[in-house]
Ligand binder design. Structure first.
Ligand SMILES: *Cc1c(COP(=O)(O)O)cnc(C)c1O
Length: 413
């Protein structure tokens, strides 16, 4: 079979829907189109049955009770419901009292869907500590312990980072939170469905996940809300029909939820073999690139890292030229488009990667249908492109001649 271009290596951004998921969803558009809130007829019952099955499938994936699963429109909404809902419910001092309404702990390299709710709460009178990782990107329980205060009400730390794949000390952070009676939320969007999850053993109180990162549909996700030890309460952000135990009003997205459930079921069955395969492929990719090139670095923690993501920085190439050169590979760069300019990734910056090097970084994320052939092609294309770009770089020549560029005095005109 020949290769098709571009090669998709951006599964951390989104995954294709598994055909088995699409098949499970289809009847819920055209035949079983009832509203699960309709209790008086078969249409409603059939829709509810679909939702119930999905709830069981998601619960099985994360080791929770099905009653603890709240369906949402995705991880962004789950994060908002969890973080703002917990902050408003557990605040220690009323707004305008002059005292902080409560203290929240997060980290500077969380996803925007965590950072921005935290920043809003900061504006509204909560204190937020944003922990800073070391060069491996890891957030440890010790870091969280060091930031704990008497008025800490919530800790929100992602399970695994979406840019570098680094896996945080979730079970230990959860244990610490339980010891201090602080609510613990984790954005597990990149983790769930890829790695074994047990919200009980892992001491998680609130967990966000998304359909489209686990081969399910876009626009659907879930929030796990612990019901025992402790029973977590949340102030609702969307008021209305009181669906989903009042945590998220609105008619349920039945086809989407059925798809998420099916995706969860498949993930549970296949994650072990998928994980092994992806790790082997990622290793093959990293080895090929690092063996052929000097001045490259793989970002993130060496071992505590998701198997399907690699983030590699290439010295002595210019970021935009690199992206142009590897056009046939669909991946992410270490630059984020803001309204006016290209900003270096704040995640890589948090790890201490310089602006230049951050711009010339690639995040390659593999998935269920990635092949060895694709990975080999990508490695070769990247190596070829970097070599070619470096041929044009006088700085790389100087580096090769052994000149220490940090000591060079540049002439300014
Ligand atoms: C993709 C992603 C999100 C956003 O999920 P949506 O379902 O698209 O809202 C949040 N957090 C992380 C870590 C992600 O990777």
């Amino acid at each position: 079979m020949g290769l098709k271009f571009p090669i998709y290596l951006d599964h951390a951004a989104t995954t294709p829907c598994d055909p088995r998921v699409v098949e499970a969803m289809l009847p819920f558009f055209t035949e079983r189109y009832g509203n699960p809130g309709s209790r008086n007829h078969r249409f409603g019952w059939e829709a509810e049955e679909g939702v119930d099955t999905a709830r069981q499938q998601v619960a099985a994936l994360i080791g929770s009770d099905e009653k603890e699963v709240v369906f949402t429109s995705g991880a962004t909404e789950s994060n908002n419901i969890a973080i703002k809902g917990a902050a408003y419910m557990y605040e220690r001092a009323p707004a305008g009292s002059g005292r902080p309404r409560g203290h929240i702990i997060s980290a500077i390299h969380e996803h925007k869907a965590v950072l921005d709710p935290c920043k809003r709460l900061q504006k509204e009178g909560f204190d937020v500590t944003f922990l800073e990782p070391g060069s491996d990107g890891l957030i440890t329980a010790e870091m969280v312990r060091g930031a704990m205060r008497e008025d800490t009400i919530l800790v929100t730390i992602m399970w695994a980072n979406n840019e570098i794949g680094t896996i945080n000390e979730i079970r230990e952070i959860g244990a610490l939170c339980h010891e201090r009676e602080v609510i613990f939320h984790t954005d597990a969007t990149q983790w769930v469905g890829k790695m074994p999850t047990d919200v009980g053993k892992d001491n998680v109180d609130l967990l966000s996940m998304s359909g489209h990162k686990i081969y399910g549909p876009k626009g659907v996700g879930a929030l796990y809300v612990r019901r025992r030890k402790p029973r977590v309460r949340l102030q609702s952000l969307v008021d209305g029909g009181g669906q989903e135990r009042g945590f998220r009003s609105g008619t349920l997205n039945v086809p989407g939820i059925v798809g998420l459930g099916k995706a969860a079921e498949i993930a549970l069955q296949e994650m072990e073999q998928d994980g092994r395969r992806l790790l082997a492929m990622r290793t093959r990719l990293e080895n090929a690139v690092t063996a052929a090139l000097d001045v490259v670095q793989v970002n993130g923690h060496r071992e505590k890292r998701l198997p399907q993501i690699t983030n590699i920085s290439f010295g002595f190439v210019e970021g935009e030229s690199l992206m142009m050169a590897v056009k046939e590979i669909a991946c992410s760069s270490g630059s984020a488009c803001t309204s006016a300019s290209l900003e270096p990734s704040y995640v890589l910056k948090a790890l201490g990667v310089g602006d230049e090097l951050a711009h010339s970084s690639l995040r390659l994320s593999l998935g269920r249908w990635t092949t060895d052939e694709q990975v080999d092609y990508a490695a070769e294309a990247i190596v070829k492109s970097v070599k070619k770009l470096r041929e044009l770089s006088p700085l790389y020549d100087m580096h090769k001649e052994g000149i220490d560029l940090s000591k060079v005095e540049w002439a300014h005109h």
